[in-house]
Ligand binder design. Structure first.
Ligand code: GDP
Length: 196
């Protein structure tokens, strides 16, 4: 897997603190509790590289994981946790927007959504921020093990139809960290990003 041998590098509390880098970055975003940490751990083949939260919305850090190739996997803070006070929530959105719109070496976004609740208001907001750059977004509809085959396929079709409004650079697939399904498809997509 192209994600193997990722190592934790460093964390940042503010996007302004990020040093400029010319190494390609693949950013992971998602609503809090959507399954982002689990998906990262599954892709890198590591049980606890990204911290799976017991308290949703607690981590507000940007975590950097480095692959041997030099590519960085960037774990952005989960957003949309309802219990968080409004000023803090706004701060998170600000952080995400700054990272997504002002970081030229981000080559693509892996956007994690719970397959039972895809494309929430904040997910759409995020697509609005990032897609004008023309860079690709690949959506993992995760926890797909919680759906039976028919509804899962239907969800994927519905989401893909909706995604057309953000253009052809936004793609989607089913994923399950529990069943470890969908990893090869994600690897193929990201390999294409790195080669183009
Ligand atoms: P994050 O807040 O987006 O990083 O989400 P986590 O990775 O911490 O996961 C949130 C909760 O969903 C945890 O209880 C996980 O065990 C669970 N979860 C994550 N991925 C899956 C999955 O693919 N299938 C199932 N059934 N549960 C999952």
């Amino acid at each position: 897997s192209i994600f193997r041998h990722a190592r934790f590098e460093t964390s940042f509390a503010k996007p302004n603190a990020l040093p400029d880098s010319s190494e390609p970055e693949i950013a992971f975003v998602g609503r809090s509790n959507a399954g982002k940490s689990s998906a990262i751990n599954t892709l890198v083949g590591h049980n606890r590289l990204a911290f799976v939260s017991k308290t949703p919305g607690r981590t507000q850090l940007i975590n950097f994981f480095r692959l041997p190739s030099g590519v960085a996997l960037v774990d952005l803070p989960g957003f949309g946790y309802a219990q968080v006070p409004e000023p803090i929530r706004r701060q998170w959105q600000d952080l995400l927007e700054k990272y997504l719109t002002r970081r030229p070496n981000v080559i693509g976004l892996i956007h994690i959504m719970d397959s039972r609740h895809p494309l929430t208001h904040l997910d759409r907001q995020l697509l609005d921020w990032f897609t004008p750059s023309g860079r690709p977004v690949h959506i993992l509809l995760t926890k797909s093990d919680k759906l039976t085959r028919g509804p899962a396929a239907q969800t994927l079709m519905d989401v893909r139809r909706e995604l057309a409004q953000w253009g052809p650079a936004v793609t989607a697939q089913l994923f399950s960290s529990l069943k470890k399904t969908g990893m090869e498809e994600t690897e193929r997509v990201v390999t294409n990003w790195l080669e183009s």
